[in-house]
Structures are given as structure tokens and as C-alpha cells.
Design a protein around this ligand. Sequence first.
Ligand SMILES: NC(=O)c1ccc[n+]([C@@H]2O[C@H](COP(=O)([O-])OP(=O)(O)OC[C@H]3O[C@@H](n4cnc5c(N)ncnc54)[C@H](OP(=O)(O)O)[C@@H]3O)[C@@H](O)[C@H]2O)c1
Length: 199
Amino acid sequence: MSYSIIGFGEVGQALARAFARMGMEVAVASRRPPTALAPQARAIGPTIIPGTLQEALQADVIFLAVPFREHATVASVLANWQGKTIIDATNAYGVPVEELGGLQSSAVVAKAFAGAKFVKGFNHLPAGLLAADPNVEGGRRVVFLASDDDSVVPLAATLAERLGFAPVWLGKLAEGGALVEARGRTWAPLIFQDLVKAN
Ligand SMILES: NC(=O)c1ccc[n+]([C@@H]2O[C@H](COP(=O)([O-])OP(=O)(O)OC[C@H]3O[C@@H](n4cnc5c(N)ncnc54)[C@H](OP(=O)(O)O)[C@@H]3O)[C@@H](O)[C@H]2O)c1
């Protein structure tokens, strides 16, 4: 299984730190060339591999850590997302609901990556907390996951665990998933809740 992170800003680097902590390889990419990302990637750890967007999109599991509106540009790079898993860590805070055509923001992103297995997750924590060691006071920091595709649950939950987090499955995007989304200028109730699951 190969992994990548698209977007190497606050959230992309926070996720990269989680991979580095576990010695897991992950490709990272943004609109800038790999050489521009290399110093920061090196600073995080040797398993963080800067690449082009095209290279990073070869991965089986792809974290999306770009500004919400940029998801469409990333989605347009590949004609076919079959066989890929997208983990969407974006938040649509401040995006007018009218712009989303009546859909939840996660549904908008899922639609753009049609054919992929789509998971909303790793988006509820401020980047600083996401970057921190998830081993907290004898427990593990919780990340929320939601998807309309039950078949992706084991993969996403296992990955969250391998990265040191305690995954909490919230069910479908329109059900539990709605608890971890921004809508217009409001945040759903689980956003920013820094929860730790006792081992
Ligand atoms: N910051 C937080 O605490 C936080 C917490 C949870 C969720 N989020 C969400 O996570 C997402 C990322 O937030 P952030 O704070 O990490 O933003 P950020 O620091 O501005 O980083 C965004 C990254 O995306 C890259 N990017 C932008 N457009 C791109 C494109 N079309 N293709 C590839 N890469 C692109 C940028 O790099 P280039 O300019 O080099 O392309 C940059 O590395 C947002 O949706 C945000 O709402 C943020």
C-alpha cells in the first residue's frame, strides 16, 4: 500500500509528521516543484518523499490537504480515480453554501473524485494538534472518519491506528460525517474537539 499527501502546508506537514513518527514512507506534493518542498520534507524525516503532483497521485491512498476550493483542480489531474482511496482532510469554512449546490462539502469533494473510495477524516483538529504525538496521557488522540462506502472502513481505520491515532467511525457522510464539517461560517460540534481514547 502506498501513501501520499497532496498539499504540504500546515495540515499536509502535520500528517507527514505522523508518517515520519512511525517510519512510514509517504509522498508529498503541492503545486511547487519537489525541490521546493525538499528542505521541509527533510526536516520532518527521511520517509517524507517530495514529488510532483502526478507522482504523488500514483499512491493507493491519497490525503487531500489543500484549501477546499483547490480539490477540483487536484481532481482534474486524473481522468479515472478507480482503485484509489481519498482521505479528505479539507474544511470548507467560509465557503458559501450556495456554492456547494445544496450538497455537504464532503459530498462535493467525493463527487469530484468519482470512482475513488472516499473518506472524510483527519480534518477536525487544528494542525498543531494533528502534528503532535497522538499518544496522550496513556491514551490515543481520536480522529473521526466517515464514508458512504463501508468497504473502506478497515483500510482507513487501520491506517489511522498505524499512525498512532484512535479512529472513531462516524458512519455515512450525511449522518455522523455532518458532525465534523464546516458549513458556511459555522463549525459542526465535533470540530476542534481534542478527544483522547483511553487504551
Ligand atoms: N490549518 C488547520 O489547522 C486546519 C485544520 C484542519 C483542516 N484544515 C483544512 O486543511 C486544508 C489545508 O489547510 P492548511 O492550513 O494546511 O493550508 P495551507 O497551510 O495554506 O496549505 C495548503 C497547501 O496546499 C497546497 N496547494 C494549494 N493548491 C493546490 C493544488 N491545486 N494542488 C496541489 N497543492 C495545492 C499549497 O502549496 P502550493 O502553494 O505550493 O501549491 C499548500 O502546501 C484546508 O482545506 C483547511 O481548511 C486546516
